[in-house]
Design a protein around this ligand. Structure first.
Ligand SMILES: C[S@@+](CC[C@H](N)C(=O)[O-])C[C@H]1O[C@@H](n2cnc3c(N)ncnc32)[C@H](O)[C@@H]1O
Length: 310
């Protein structure tokens, strides 16, 4: 039965993927703008102005002396960079708390802080776990906060960044959301969360993958969500584009970047595969320019997204 279901899912996935490809991947020439962005000046020395809010967190929550913050974050950034040189790390973007400007962060915070709330929050691709620390600092019970990442060394560095190894009670899990068997059953390190999560956050995550892997990751996220929660939601920020499609990248397979239409199409496909239904919202963030954009073709955008039950 499970095998038959899996076969059915695989069959419908390839059918829909073919339709998507003709809709969103019409460019004949490979689009190298993402590659140029990622290969560009992604490692910067100077701390960007938008890390100011995290100074407060590092001083008040972590107890780091104000004069030591810069050296501390440079040291941690270099440690993270040696693990994997993500642009978010090279740009110190993991220290930005701009997600707190997004209305969905406040929707999440309100639900998490409501009296007698048992709402749970999972950050997928949490890296150092800055979102979870901010929620805890904002008053959320860490016992209902979860972080999931492929790379245990990022999670470990997070404890050192925030100096809370012995006091932060959030649960971190190391798992690959794309792992075969983690979709549609099987033993997964994160299986304990299946059906138990109310809110998922995923920033700078989906844009790492092909369309097919984004579908897989999204299926896994649907599996995490409480099927009885009509207000379950997934939100975050990512790199988007005005020309949705596969963007070539020398580091690994091409990535699929979205606009609002392709993002809804992805979640329509996920809905078919999971027997669920999703409504999406996408908007551009306040950050108009993208570092490296001068070397790209001007089509890249920073977007925020929300995914809600339809
Ligand atoms: C570009 S970083 C973004 C980190 C964080 N969300 C942020 O905004 O600062 C992507 C993160 O996703 C994690 N990741 C990549 N592939 C993954 C997978 N298949 N399963 C779980 N985590 C993954 C990486 O280890 C990394 O921490």
């Amino acid at each position: 039965m499970a095998k038959a279901l899996l076969h059915l899912r695989q069959h419908s996935r390839s059918a829909i993927t073919t339709r998507r490809a003709s809709n969103f991947n019409s460019e004949q020439q490979p689009d190298r703008s993402l590659d140029r962005l990622l290969a560009g000046r992604v490692y910067i020395e100077e701390l960007p102005p938008d890390i100011e809010p995290i100074r407060t967190l590092l001083v008040k929550y972590s107890g780091i002396r104000t004069k030591d913050v810069d050296e501390h974050v440079h040291q941690i950034r270099d440690r993270l960079w040696d693990i994997y040189p993500y642009a978010t790390i090279g740009h110190f973007r993991f220290l930005s708390l701009k997600f707190t400007l997004d209305s969905w962060y406040h929707v999440a915070l309100d639900r998490l802080l409501a009296p007698r709330s048992d709402v749970t929050f999972l950050d997928v691709g949490c890296c150092v776990g800055q979102v979870l620390r901010k929620l805890a600092f904002d008053g959320v019970d860490p016992g209902r906060l979860y972080g999931l990442d492929l790379e245990s060394r990022f999670i470990d560095a997070g404890y050192d960044l925030f100096k809370d190894r012995n006091k932060f009670r959030a649960t971190f899990l190391v798992d690959d959301v794309l792992r075969r068997g983690s979709v549609g059953g099987g033993d997964s390190g994160s299986e304990a969360l299946d059906g138990k999560i109310n809110i998922i956050h995923a920033t700078s995550f989906f844009h790492l993958f092909t369309w097919r892997d984004q579908v897989r990751a999204a299926q896994r996220m649907v599996q995490f969500l409480d099927p009885d929660d009509p207000d379950a939601m997934i939100f975050g920020r990512q790199v988007g584009t005005t020309t949705p499609g596969d963007k070539e990248c020398s580091r690994g397979p091409s990535k699929f970047l979205h606009n609002a239409v392709s993002w809804q199409a992805l979640w329509d496909e996920v809905g078919v595969l999971t027997g669920t239904s999703w409504r999406t919202e996408v908007s551009e963030t306040e950050e108009r320019g993208m570092r490296g954009d001068e070397t790209a073709d001007g089509t890249l955008r920073r977007i925020r997204f929300g995914v809600f039950r339809a």
